[in-house]
Structures are given as C-alpha cells and as structure tokens.
Design a binder for this molecule. Structure first.
Ligand code: NAD
Length: 499
C-alpha cells in the first residue's frame, strides 16, 4: 500500500519535471529564474528543482491578477459558489494524490495528510456556500437617511504560505479570497512547493477563469519580497514565522498594504489536578507530536499542577518513547521527518540549550541515524518559564514540561511568552475553566479538548502570533472593503454652517 502511494506521488512530481516553473494567467510556464533544489525529508534525496520567479514573471503574474479582477469581482456569488464547489469536487477526487505528494514533499504522515487533503475540499465548500452573501451589509437608518453598507472585494491579493501542511493551509487562505471576488497570486514555501501546483491546476480544470489564481514559486527574500512590495497587490495574507511577518509589514508599508498574519506560537496546555488525566494525556501527546511537531497550534508547553506533575510527566515520557517514528507513507507512522536539514539542526540545537539552562532530557533528544531528517520525539522536564525552551517556538516534536502551584501561577506562566495563538486547559471545574479562559492571552482556547476546528469559528492569534482572524465571515472582513451608502429620504433640511 505504502509503495503504491509513493508511486502516485512520484508520478505527480514527474509531470512537473525537469524544473517546476510558474503558473500565470491560466498557463504553466517553464520560467527563466534560477533553480533551487527541493529535497525529500525522509531520505534526504533530491526530489526536483524549482525556479525562483524572475522579476518579469512576478510582474506578469500580478498583471494577470489585475486584468482578471474586474470580471471575477463582477461574477455573481452564485456562479463563484458553483466554481468553488467544482474545485472541492476535484480535490476530493484527487485527495489520494494530494496527500501522497504532501507525504513525499513535506514529510508529513499519511494518517494526517489523508484527512488534510479532504479538509482542503471542505475549506472550498465552506467558502463556496458563503460566496452569494459575501457582499451583504447592514442597514442603519436615521430619520432622514437610509444608511446601508455593502462589501466589495479589495482587489488582487497575495497569499504566502509555509511548508507545514502546505495544501490545507493554502486552501484555507485562497478559498475565501476567491469566494469574496478577489484574484490571487500565491507563493508557496520553497521547501514544499509541489502540492501548490496541484491546487492551481485543479482550480483551472474545474473552470476558474485564467488570471484569477496565479502561482509563483520562489524564495522569500526575492519573489516573496517583490510580491509584497508590488503596488497592484492590495492585501497580503501570510502564514509563517513572526519574524517574516515583521519583514512583510515593512515591505508592504510603502504601498499601504492591508495584512493578515497567522504567525508562530508557544502554546500552553494547562493540566489541573482535577482533570480527566487519561484524556488529557492523549490530547497532550497528540497536539505536540502529530504533524511531526510542525504545527502552529501545537501545545509545545505542558503546564502541570505540582500535585500531579511527577505522575503525569512519567506517563508522557512512556508514551513519547512508544511513538512510531518512520516512513511517512506507512499509515501506522505517528511521527515523520522534519522538513529540511536546516530545520533539523535548529530543532536539535534546543537540546544543548535545554541542558545549558538546567532542564532534563526525559525522553528522546537526538536525531535518528540515516540520511532522512528524523528527530526523536523529545520531552524536556525540570524546566521553568524563564528558559528558552519555554519561550521560543521550536516547531518540532519537542515538548517542555513545567510545574505550577495554583490557578494564578498557571495563568502567569501560560501568558508569559511573546506569543498568543492557542491555549488548552484541562479541568473539571467549570468556574475555573471560564475564569482561566477569559484571562488567557490567546486567540483560541480549547477546554477539555484538543484542536477541534469549526470552520465558522474565528481562527487566529494575538500578540506576536498574528493580526486578524480567519474563518466564518472574518475572512471576508479581510478580503473585502466595507462601503457605507447614505440615501436621503425626501427633502430633509440641510444643516448649513452659520444659518
Ligand atoms: P517562514 O516565515 O519562514 O516562511 C513562510 C513563507 O514566507 C514562505 O513561503 C517564505 O518563502 C515566505 N517568506 C520568507 N521571507 C519572506 C519575505 N521577506 N517576504 C515575503 N515572503 C517571505 O515560515 P515557515 O518556516 O515556512 O513556516 C513555519 C512557521 O509558520 C512557524 O512559525 C509556524 O508557527 C507558522 N505557522 C503559523 C500558522 C498559523 O495559523 N498561525 C499556521 C502554520 C504555520
């Protein structure tokens, strides 16, 4: 089974060889920019080469999105709904191929990618259904005027995505942009570019007009920078590191770009001693070690009430040592390789940092033998909130355990980071659940649950974890402008100065 999925993925990449170029105005072009290599995370082998878009190619992609914008913005919501549903149908039909490409290119495990591909289709369906009402507004009448609001798409937008679960994340940003009537220039991450090509091809085969959705490959500091500086791009939807978000804000400042940022996290999971500890244990292990720890909402800090700390930490350590690490295509594999040798080196560096700061490596702590970029699932204990392993986003299969005394101590430790994306808490005391939830500095709180998503609910972070929210109508707030129209009702008296 595993090898046939590998064959499917290799065949998909075979169609993109010898060098993957750009997709502009409805056509794939070879491109003339410099090529960079993409490697296979589980073996370290070369997967292929991709061209960094030249300045002319990037300009052509933006120009195509600008040309296509008026007609797409004027296309009825019902028609946009129909096309987006067709894209969702096609994603479902090709879900196995998409998931296989993610396993090969991003090193993500089959067990999660098979669901992530289907979630990509759900994202399209969700926003497709909302397209007919995207322009809806409110009526705000006064005695002499009818004020009412309408929304219109903001224009061509840039969507810049990272390498973890690249397909699902791209659909989460691109589907609402298209549903709103915006045109898109997408730049996927250079370390996992292949599923983005599948998406743009699928969208065109499903009937999306040329120029509405363009996809340019390239490096952040060249193609990404040019895209965010381009005067014809009206907004930038970005998912990635907080530091890159700052750079994009600077780059877009000259042209007054609207920005939407989904950035990093150092998310706490708080375990009170009255919680259902068995369920909490499952959730703690799942939320940091699934997706190879390369997940923005991963709970990378577990804060445990002192009375249960020793027992709970011992239970986590036992589970961590039993996780099945290996071939991402094997449905039994729980943890696959990291994305890139540079990222592997970064994750590994935190072992020395942890030891130097006085923490204990209770499980894992080393890379695996071989050419793949595997890192053992790792647990740091005897940590405190002052340590770098408790403050910095490691973005790997690495969990830091920290004890706390009481509710106030838990809250102060949970909030003591620059980030504020997600937080999880486990308790059977409803009053405490509410008190703590309200005081936590995070955009999303899950109580007695792992990250279970509901697409109409807002998704996003506070502090260094982001600007803006996705999901429901929040996505349209970003991709659309709200306009107020005031209509005089009859012959009202004008208020003249000095009269
Ligand atoms: P990254 O910031 O390095 O890169 C993300 C994208 O930005 C890539 O396409 C990259 O080429 C591009 N880029 C880099 N520099 C740029 C520049 N100067 N101008 C324009 N574009 C530029 O992030 P990454 O390492 O690919 O991804 C991991 C990060 O993403 C983690 O911090 C993770 O928490 C975050 N993330 C956040 C969410 C969320 O929803 N909050 C979801 C997934 C990942």
């Amino acid at each position: 089974m595993g090898s046939s999925r590998l064959d499917i993925a290799l065949a998909a990449l075979g169609r993109m060889k010898p060098v993957l170029g750009q997709f502009i105005d409805g056509d794939a072009i070879a491109g003339a920019g410099e090529a960079f290599e993409v490697t296979r995370p589980d073996t370290g082998e070369t997967l292929g080469a991709v061209r960094d878009a030249t300045e002319d190619e990037l300009n052509a992609a933006v120009a195509a999105s600008k040309r296509a914008f008026p007609a797409w913005a004027a296309t009825s919501g019902d028609r946009r709904k129909e096309i987006l549903h067709r894209i969702a149908d096609a994603i479902e039909e090709r879900a196995e191929e998409i998931a296989a490409v993610e396993c090969l290119d991003a090193g993500q495990c089959w067990r999660f990618m098979s669901k992530a591909a289907v979630r990509g289709a759900e994202n399209f369906r969700f926003f497709a259904d909302r397209a007919p009402a995207a322009a809806d507004g409110r009526s705000l009448p006064t005695a002499d005027h009818l004020n009412y609001t309408v929304r219109m798409p903001i224009g061509p937008v840039a969507v810049i995505t990272p390498w973890n679960t690249p397909f699902m994340l791209s659909t989460w940003k691109i589907a609402p942009a298209l549903a709103a009537g915006c045109t898109v220039v997408h730049k996927p991450a250079e370390w996992s570019p292949y599923s983005a090509r599948l998406l743009v091809e699928i969208a065109h085969q499903a009937g999306l007009p040329a120029g509405v959705f363009n996809s340019v490959n390239g490096l952040g500091e060249t193609t990404g920078r040019r895209l965010t500086e381009h005067p014809d791009i009206k907004a930038v939807a970005f998912v990635g590191e907080s530091r890159t978000g700052s750079a994009i804000m600077r780059q877009g400042s000259e042209t007054l770009k609207r920005v939407h940022f989904e950035l990093g996290g150092k998310n706490p999971v708080i375990i009170f001693d009255d919680a259902n500890l068995e369920r909490a244990l499952d959730a703690v292990v799942f939320m940091i070690f699934s997706l190879n720890g390369q997940r923005c909402t991963s709970s990378s800090r577990v804060l445990i009430q002192s009375s249960t700390y020793d027992r709970f930490v011992a239970d986590i350590a036992a589970r961590v040592r039993n996780l099945k690490v290996g071939d991402p295509f094997d449905p039994a594999t729980e943890v696959g390789p990291l994305i890139h040798p540079r990222h592997l080196a970064k994750v590994e560096s935190y072992v020395d940092i942890a030891r130097a700061d006085g923490a204990t490596v209770a499980a894992g702590g080393a890379r695996l033998e071989g050419a793949g970029y595997f890192f053992q699932p790792t647990l740091f204990t005897a940590a405190n909130q002052g340590m770098r392993i408790a403050r910095e986003e490691i973005f790997g299969p690495v969990l830091t355990a920290i004890p706390f005394d009481d509710e106030a101590d838990a809250l102060s430790k949970a909030n003591d980071t620059a980030y504020g994306l997600a937080a999880y808490l486990w308790t059977n005391d409803v009053g405490r659940a509410l008190r703590v939830s309200h005081a936590l500095e995070a955009g999303m709180i899950w109580v007695n649950s792992e990250n279970v998503r509901h697409l109409p609910a807002p998704f996003g972070g506070m502090k260094a974890s982001g600007i803006g929210r996705d999901g429901g109508d929040w996505s349209f707030d970003f991709y659309m402008e709200t306009k107020n129209i005031a209509l005089a009702m009859g012959d009202h008296k004008m208020q003249r100065l000095g009269v």
